[in-house]
Design a binder for this molecule. Structure first.
Ligand code: AMP
Length: 572
């Protein structure tokens, strides 16, 4: 089957599949402008469903993991419903999130989307000097994004007043419950007006989340992403794998994957136009021949790009979903998802670009650790396995490059055009051993075929968090011991903290301080014991030093504590 390079290969950016645009969701011009500037081409499935609903004022119970676009799904309607040009004043929206990291991310998202509306957004979380938060709250804010512990501190001080709240969002609610924030959330919601909109997003829907929703949401609409049943036979024959990688190392990993896989032609999918342009530039800078393809380009530009790919003068296409719809290029052997797609349908769509007409294709997804759950959802819906591969090391890369050189030499040996070079080998063989001559020739061939591509940087392997397990959380009676439900792998360490019950320390204070100050997630924290004058927290051996440094840097219940490794503990 051959595909002629005709313009009709590409459907125009917005005449495809009847997917509604952001403008169809009823968003105001300022927000549409911000989204266009960010290069978002179309709403993700969760946004399509949630935005109109939240604009109408309904309560929402949404099951969506990181990577689905859930933040914009609640941030955009909240911004739209915000009263204009408020001076001073208490917040009208409160977003509760489990970690400091997420508080910062969500605030940044609000800033980006709401810049033309002048939205005043404030993140508040433990570990940050409280003075700055007090001043900002005093000046008046529209949206507060907070971790529950710190929000409650401010409520108790009277510095965070919830009387004007129109909307409360519980983001990553399952994580918050896992981290022992249930009581704090209850206490916060008690301070919020009864006549409010409540939105709950959670990646999983265990019974406890249902309970929370039943108690605090009013006649909520339910939205679930990836609810579709497995569809047999629809997914093409494609080898599917994924790497777990931090955002910062993605460009290096993409380069490494391309080197190891050496695709005939590959398409790399990004979420937005902005990312397409940025990545194209980065990859060209790294010596790959990459071309951008997105909905902001004219038909003529797009045809030119496709022409270069078919002619083999480009080997990498960096594209958005919209731009790549309907695209059929015979040469394509590899699909790379630079981010986990926002829904399983999009994944199936993307990998459908290869593996057509009986050809074998390869699909590789680069996922950040937090997006791991989305991979699982995709696996469930497609009914196909996505194996998590180890990131190729520098040594793997060298081995692969040598194999390529060997293959090239073998090919050359099988051709009979070597005679012109005989004179060189013969004259050198007077002086050197034939083996030596061959080695030098291989070296030159190797370096000439892969010039300057020796990136020596090792890309760190990131571990995936174990899937959520039902775990003992709080005993609901303010119990002092929080059971660790996590399998003990790689040893644990016990951290001693010189503050205990007498200082009013509760397990959630310790969890909050640790997750607020370090990259450790609540799920990684094992048992917590609180004695009168000290506390002991069990953490994985590998992060103990980071936890100790983080806790030494912060305050717990407003006080500095002695923090050290506890002596005589398992795993050492
Ligand atoms: P979230 O699931 O909210 O963590 O969002 C995942 C990522 O997708 C974030 O980096 C967003 O900036 C991005 N994103 C959200 N919605 C869209 C969209 N409609 N188009 C492109 N990118 C998006």
């Amino acid at each position: 089957m051959s595909s002629a390079p005709t313009p009709t290969d590409l459907s125009a950016p917005d005449d495809s599949d009847g997917v509604p645009a952001f403008v169809d969701l009823g968003l105001r011009a300022e927000l549409l402008g911000a989204l266009a500037a960010l290069g978002y081409e179309e709403p993700t499935p969760i946004q399509r469903e949630a935005i109109p609903l939240l604009l109408s004022g309904r309560d929402l119970l949404g099951q969506a993991a990181t990577g689905t676009g859930k933040t914009a799904a609640f941030a955009l309607p909240l911004l739209q419903r915000m009263p204009q040009d408020r001076q001073g004043g208490d917040p009208v929206s409160l977003v509760l999130v489990p970690t400091r990291e997420l508080a910062v991310q969500v605030s940044e998202a609000f800033h980006r989307y709401g810049k033309d509306l002048g939205a005043r957004v404030l993140p508040i979380y433990g570990g940050q000097p409280i003075g700055r938060q007090l001043r900002a709250l005093d000046l008046g804010v529209d949206v507060v994004v907070a971790t529950p512990g710190r929000a409650l501190d401010h409520i108790a001080r009277g510095t965070l007043r919830l009387g004007s709240l129109a909307t409360v969002v519980l983001d990553e609610a399952d994580e918050m419950l896992d981290m022992g924030f249930a009581e704090d959330i209850e206490a916060i919601l008690e301070h919020a007006p009864a006549q409010r909109q409540t939105v709950l997003f959670s990646a999983t829907m265990p019974a406890r989340i249902d309970g929370l929703a039943r108690q605090h949401l009013t006649d909520p609409e339910r939205i679930q992403i990836g609810r579709e049943q497995p569809v047999a036979g629809e997914t093409p024959r494609v080898r599917q794998s994924a790497y777990i990688v931090t955002r910062a190392h993605k460009p290096a990993l993409l380069g490494r994957v391309l080197d190891v896989e050496s695709p005939t032609a590959a398409i790399v999918f990004c979420r937005s136009r902005e990312e397409v342009d940025r990545l194209t530039e980065t990859m060209n800078g790294r010596g790959y021949r990459a071309e951008a393809l997105h909905g902001g380009m004219s038909q003529e530009q797009r045809d030119r790009v496709m022409g270069r790919l078919r002619a083999g003068t480009a080997d990498l296409l960096v594209a958005t979903d919209v731009a790549a719809r309907g695209l059929d290029v015979e040469q394509l052997t590899h699909v790379v998802n630079y981010d986990v797609p926002s829904a399983p349908e999009s994944y199936v769509h993307r990998i459908g670009r290869v593996g057509r007409a009986g050809r074998e294709g390869v699909a590789i997804t680069l996922a950040e650790p937090r997006e791991h759950r989305m991979l699982k959802t995709i696996e469930r819906v497609t009914g196909q396995r996505i194996t998590i591969d180890k990131i190729p090391t520098v040594a793997d890369l060298r081995t692969r490059r040598l194999a390529l050189t060997q293959a090239a030499l073998r090919e050359s040996l099988l051709e009979d055009d070597l005679d012109p070079f005989r004179v060189i080998v013969e004259s050198l063989s007077d002086e050197f051993d034939l083996m030596e001559v061959a080695l030098a020739a291989v070296k030159l061939a190797h370096e000439a075929a892969l010039p300057g591509s020796d990136d020596e940087e090792e890309i760190p392997q990131v571990s995936v968090r174990p899937p959520r397990e039902p775990r003992a959380g709080f005993d609901g009676r303010g119990g002092e011991r929080r059971g660790g439900g996590r399998p003990r792998t790689g040893g644990t360490a016990q951290v001693f903290i010189g503050l205990g019950r007498r200082a009013g320390v509760r397990p959630q204070d310790l969890v909050g301080a640790i997750t607020g100050e370090t990259r450790v997630s609540g799920r990684d924290i094992g048992s917590i014991e609180i004695a009168d004058r000290f506390s002991l927290v069990e953490v994985p051996q590998g992060v103990a030093d980071e936890v100790i440094a983080g806790l030494r840097n912060s305050t717990i219940k407003g006080r500095k504590a002695t923090v050290r490794r506890d002596r005589g503990v398992d795993g050492r």
